[in-house]
Design a protein around this ligand. Structure first.
Ligand code: MIC
Ligand code: SF4
Length: 646
């Protein structure tokens, strides 16, 4: 197989390993990004590695998730992050500058580069032809220290785009269509690579909307070519010199092809409570709506907000609902102000929020009880909005604005002509909220500011050959990291304090989980398929580990969470026979002989008196990391050795 973009980039970045689907390869990582909610841990871990300065081409630290500052906690994190960025040679995007993925796309992302970010929507940069993956904070810390990032060599799925989108249909509908077809685990182990004539009809930010939400398929990443449109975008951002052409060869072969004729697409919607629960807005029917929330890293570009502003021009939002807009970046805001479109939004009654994640991660603007919220975001997991019984629908900015006007989930084609607006040829470039790395000698003098919210990293012991304990919880398929380690305005401020945040593990599913884990000296988690889908938050592994969870036994795992479990010394095991799932119950007493973790192992269910075969997808290195008690203890010597051997 030759000539896909994925192969071209991987060929230039593979340091070790065989180019064979499923085989582990080690990749050189050019750039990293972190955001505040995962960043504090990532930088504490980077410090623990003991390297003096980041080893990447460049690394960027953003503050965008947690900006409420309802007490000292957030503010402590922000101070810590700024000082640590200065100490170790990292760019720092100050709070208020914008959502990490939007700002990274505008000001940093480079076609042909590899990027990992401690946020699952890092593939947004795939819109510019960057091979960008979400990862746990510890893996990002390792990449900052110069270590390679390991992935399973992916299957390459070609998504062949033909035709052109109709008015009122946009990039969000394309990715919702992909999700309709392959659902929330259809992308596991795969890269979704877009090609074909239809690609030329999509702008870079359209493409970024698609690669952003590709994450919801569980894929390793999604990527678009870097073509003349990419060049024009980089030029408009004053970065044309960073453009390289990156096209698939004529004879590029894909492991699988998905055909999408853009002209046939219509406005789509993901119904509660899964991004894969997709249908057309037409089929969903007229649903009464209480809130419309526009923004997030999926749909907060200038183009998206211009659609909203222009459709609302001279109108007032429906009196029955609230509308929020969270712009993606200051650049977007500046343009909206300059063009007068900001005023159109304000006059229509929109509540304009900060350029940050905001309601997407439950940081304010939770819907009313049982409320219906229509959002341009990428996730609608139950409770994520901050209201346990809210119903969240995911749509394009076009559907959102039509809904804001009528008060019902509305097909935007009912609004008549698509509004006319123009995009700037050159964006306002103002990087005054991005603090540049200091020269090395000056950086060494920087004092790191650690407020009381920055708790020390917990340490863990090596793992023995036999694991025993009780099943603390048994869960179903598609459990998200939001279920395991909730976020939102109450819990997000605890991200830098593992003992505190661990009190909230599985809170929404089982309010007694913390007590059970404590009372039984830890134990096991049993789950179904696609366990740990969603975010990259390593707290969903780190906090259970802190509570003594020894192994997670499921039918299958989501990629980033699986890596996080290994990193923190929780053994990830899968049933050889998925039917065995039904034989285990909560509070069963188990004993698992894991040996050296190079083979299958046997679970002995003492309560039921039966034996079950378990397996795993661990490499030799993973097994070694696990047995050492996780990547942090392993890292101090091994990472340094790995870097010396290169
Ligand atoms: C999310 O969208 O769930 C988040 C919040 O951005 C997470 C990261 C986190 O939990 O801090 C993600 O997607 O990785
Ligand atoms: Fe922020 Fe939401 Fe994007 Fe996560 S999905 S990075 S919370 S905007």
């Amino acid at each position: 197989m030759a000539g896909t973009i994925t192969e071209k980039i991987l060929d230039r970045h593979i340091i070790e390993g065989e180019k064979k689907v499923g085989a582990e390869v080690a990749l050189h990582i050019d750039n990293t990004l972190t955001q505040d909610a995962t960043g504090t841990m990532a930088y504490l871990q980077f410090e623990a590695i003991g390297i003096d300065r980041v080893q990447t081409e460049f690394s960027v630290s953003f503050v965008d998730h947690n900006t409420l500052q309802s007490d000292f906690k957030n503010a402590d994190d922000h101070r810590f992050l700024q000082s640590i960025a200065q100490r170790y040679g990292i760019y720092f995007s100050r709070p208020g500058n914008g959502i990490c993925h939007q700002v990274f796309l505008e000001r940093f992302a480079k076609p042909g580069n590899t990027l990992i970010g401690s946020d699952s929507h890092t593939p947004t940069a795939g819109g510019i032809g960057c091979f960008a993956m979400g990862a746990g904070g510890l893996d990002v810390a390792c990449a900052m220290a110069g270590a390679p990032f390991r992935i399973k060599y992916p299957q390459i799925v070609g998504i062949h785009l033909t035709g052109k989108l109709s008015p009122w249909v946009s990039a969000k509908d394309v990715i919702l269509e992909v999700l309709r077809r392959i659902d929330v685990k259809g992308g596991v182990g795969k890269v979704l690579e877009y090609f074909g004539e239809g690609v030329k009809t999509l702008s870079v930010t359209d493409r970024a909307t698609i690669t952003n939400m590709g994450t919801e398929t569980g894929c390793t990443t999604s990527i678009f070519p870097s073509d003349e449109i990419t060049r024009a975008f980089l030029k408009s951002q004053g970065r044309e010199d960073q453009w390289i052409e990156l096209l698939p060869d004529e004879n590029a072969e894909y492991d699988e092809i998905i055909e999408i004729d853009l002209s046939y697409l219509e406005p789509m919607v993901a119904l509660p409570h899964s991004p894969g629960n997709v249908t057309t807005v037409r089929e969903a029917g007229r649903i009464k709506v209480d809130q419309v929330a526009i923004g997030s890293c999926t749909n907060s570009s200038l183009r998206d907000l211009k659609v909203v502003a222009n459709a609302l021009k001279g109108k007032t939002i429906c009196s029955d609902l609230h509308v929020t807009v969270s712009p993606g970046s200051r650049q977007v805001v500046e343009h909206l102000i300059e063009s007068g479109e900001y005023r159109d939004l304000v006059r229509a009654g929109v509540r304009i929020l900060e350029n940050a994640c905001g309601p997407c991660i439950g940081m304010g603007c939770a819907p009313n009880s049982g409320g219906v919220s229509v959002r341009t975001f990428n996730r609608n997991f139950k409770g994520r909005s901050g209201t346990a019984d809210a119903e969240v629908y995911l749509v394009s900015p076009e559907v959102a604005v039509a809904t804001a006007i009528t008060g019902y989930l509305t097909d935007p084609r009912e609004l008549g002509e698509f509004p006319n607006f123009s995009m700037p040829e050159k964006f306002f470039i103002n990087d005054n909220m991005i603090i540049k790395p200091l020269p090395e000698e000056e950086a060494k003098k920087v004092q790191i500011i650690r407020g009381p919210n920055i708790a020390p990293l917990p340490t863990f012991e090596p793992i023995g050959d036999t694991l025993s304990g009780k099943v603390l919880i048994k869960v179903e398929d598609n459990i998200t990291t939001d279920h395991i380690m909730p976020a939102g305005a109450k819990i997000l401020p605890l991200r830098s304090n593992i003992p505190e945040i661990s009190k909230h593990v599985f809170e929404a599913i089982d309010s007694k989980f913390y007590q059970k884990a404590k009372g039984n000296n830890g134990g096991f988690i049993v789950g179904g398929d696609n366990y740990g889908q969603g975010s990259s938050r390593e707290h969903a592994a780190l906090a259970p580990k802190y509570l003594g969870v020894k192994a997670v036994i499921v039918k299958s795992f989501a990629r980033i969470h699986l890596a996080n479990l290994i990193n923190f010394g929780i053994v990830p095991l899968t049933f050889v026979n998925p039917d065995d799932y039904s034989t285990i119950d909560e509070m069963d007493e188990l004993e698992i002989n894991i040996g050296d973790l190079l083979d299958e192992c046997i679970l002995y269910n003492k309560t039921k008196g039966n034996k079950i075969r378990l397996t795993h997808s661990l490499s030799r290195l993973d097994a070694e990391i696990l047995k050492t008690g996780g990547k942090l203890p392993w890292i101090k010597n091994s990472i340094r050795k790995e870097m010396k051997d290169e």
